[in-house]
Design a protein around this ligand. Structure first.
Ligand SMILES: NC(=O)c1ccc[n+]([C@@H]2O[C@H](COP(=O)([O-])OP(=O)(O)OC[C@H]3O[C@@H](n4cnc5c(N)ncnc54)[C@H](O)[C@@H]3O)[C@@H](O)[C@H]2O)c1
Length: 425
């Protein structure tokens, strides 16, 4: 294994997770940021980060960091940190192809004594069962004799300028006690919040996947309560506010659960559970409830419109926000598309506006043509789907102003005062 002084780091996959990590390591260690996406690499060389996680100044001021899309550039690196996506397929099963491909890249570049650390979210066992055998095969080296592995999950939250890589405690682990110490010291050198050394790679993998699973299930409970209270004619937020005065009541709110993590990671755990013969009821029930919230919102809006003699067929509806969460451009697995699809199934004409999201990406990912500047006074219903700063700054009158007189305004995230809108979750 290298000593810390000898570490030459490669970060494989320069997305939301990999880029901030490469920048943090690049301040202290010779670091190569590697990505198969040549456009991403050339943008980063020009100090442009379209994910908005790292500024041009930060990219400029990281002298030890270089970028490449050429695997040959990995020669000479002795620590490989893999931060590639771990999506699910159409059947909601883990799609390990990016991780397998990155493991092949590492296997071709790693030398004796090298360390491969995985950060991508996986099920317990994936690093040693799925990735390490590929590295062994490609490199011809023996695991835990010639090369080593570690796992250190990422906890960043895109768009969150307060909780940054360096200020979130990091879980570390290694394939032997010595490697665990090395991985822990490596991260300890950049993480000011400290590290937590887990007892094994599987423990660290499991810890990450349950962080997001716990959040998903908690939100599902609140979403289910919102469905019940809606039928009872009780305001969910007023109930949550009252219950929240108890010291141990958790402050979750109803909403759409999208994004690359919370709506996806639980399936990694349920996949592994099913593989070993356990069928997880609670986790999958939570997933079903959360996945149904977009169409629930659309049905509620359609009902409100019907009560005002506004037929949904042919109606013009404006959806404000497409990103999976507020104040960030990330549209991966956004559940706003479920609102749009349900309304379109009633033959409504739906416009979507999101000042954060790239029009090309919306078109490419979802076939949606974003409306750059929605016209005032044009819509039969306005759905405030994402609590972007620009929307709250417009205020209730500004949002209502997009609608015709008597239009329905539905506020998914309770961005506006309750009395100023017609309904909310
Ligand atoms: N985004 C988050 O908030 C977040 C938080 C914690 C953990 N995670 C986990 O971190 C991992 C990465 O997520 P992300 O959001 O950074 O993904 P991302 O899609 O933003 O970026 C992944 C990058 O990896 C590149 N890539 C894909 N396959 C590659 C390969 N074989 N070799 C080299 N590069 C490759 C892509 O081109 C892309 O630039 C996932 O497992 C995710 O679950 C994400």
């Amino acid at each position: 294994m290298p000593t810390l002084d000898q570490a030459r780091i490669a970060v494989i996959g320069l997305g939301y997770v990999g880029l901030p990590l490469a920048v943090a390591f690049g301040r202290k260690f010779p670091t190569l940021g590697f990505d198969i996406n040549a456009t991403r690499v050339s943008e980063l060389r020009e100090h442009r980060d379209h994910t908005l996680e790292v500024s041009a100044d930060e990219l400029r001021d990281t002298p030890l960091l270089d970028f490449s899309d050429d695997p040959a550039a990995l020669a000479g690196c002795n620590v490989f940190i893999v931060t590639v996506p771990t999506p699910i397929d159409d059947y909601k099963r883990p799609d390990l192809r990016p991780l397998e491909s990155a493991s092949r890249t590492v296997g071709r570049a790693i030398g004796k004594g090298g360390v491969a650390i995985f950060e991508s979210t996986v099920y317990p066992g994936a690093t040693e069962e799925a990735c390490v055998p590929i590295i062994e095969r490609e490199s011809g080296l023996r695991f835990n004799q010639d090369f080593y592995a570690g796992y250190s999950p990422e906890r960043i939250n895109p768009g969150d300028k307060q909780h940054r890589l360096e200020t979130i405690m990091k879980v570390t682990s290694g394939s032997t006690p010595e490697v665990a110490d090395f991985v822990d010291a490596l991260y300890g050198s950049i993480i000011t919040a400290g590290t937590h050394k887990a007892s094994s790679i599987r423990v660290a993998e499991a810890a990450k996947v349950i962080e997001n699973t716990q959040r998903d299930v908690n939100i599902a409970l609140i979403n289910e309560l919102a469905l019940i209270f809606h039928r009872l004619g009780i305001d969910t937020h007023e109930v949550l506010e009252a219950a929240g005065t108890k010291w141990n009541f958790l402050p979750f709110r109803p909403g759409l659960v999208g994004g690359h993590c919370i709506g996806v990671d639980p399936y990694y755990l349920t996949h592994k559970a099913q593989q070993i013969g356990y069928h997880p009821d609670v986790i999958l029930a939570g997933r079903r409830i959360n996945d149904g919230m977009g169409s629930h919102v659309a049905r509620r809006v359609a009902k409100l419109m019907a009560r005002r003699n506004l037929p949904t067929a042919g109606a013009k509806v404006l959806v404000l926000g497409l990103a999976f969460k507020e104040n960030c451009p990330d549209v991966r697995n956004t559940r706003v598309v479920d609102i749009v699809a349900e309304l379109r199934s009633y033959n409504a004409q739906v416009d979507v506006h999101d000042p954060w999201v790239s029009a090309d990406e919306a078109k490419h990912e979802y076939g949606l043509d974003l409306v750059a500047e929605p016209q005032a006074g044009q819509y039969d219903a306005v759905i405030l789907a994402v609590a972007h700063r620009q929307f709250s700054e417009r205020g209730a009158d500004g949002i209502r102003g997009f609608g015709k007189p008597g239009a329905v305004v539905f506020d998914v995230k309770r961005t506006l005062p309750r009395h100023a809108v017609d309904d909310c979750l």
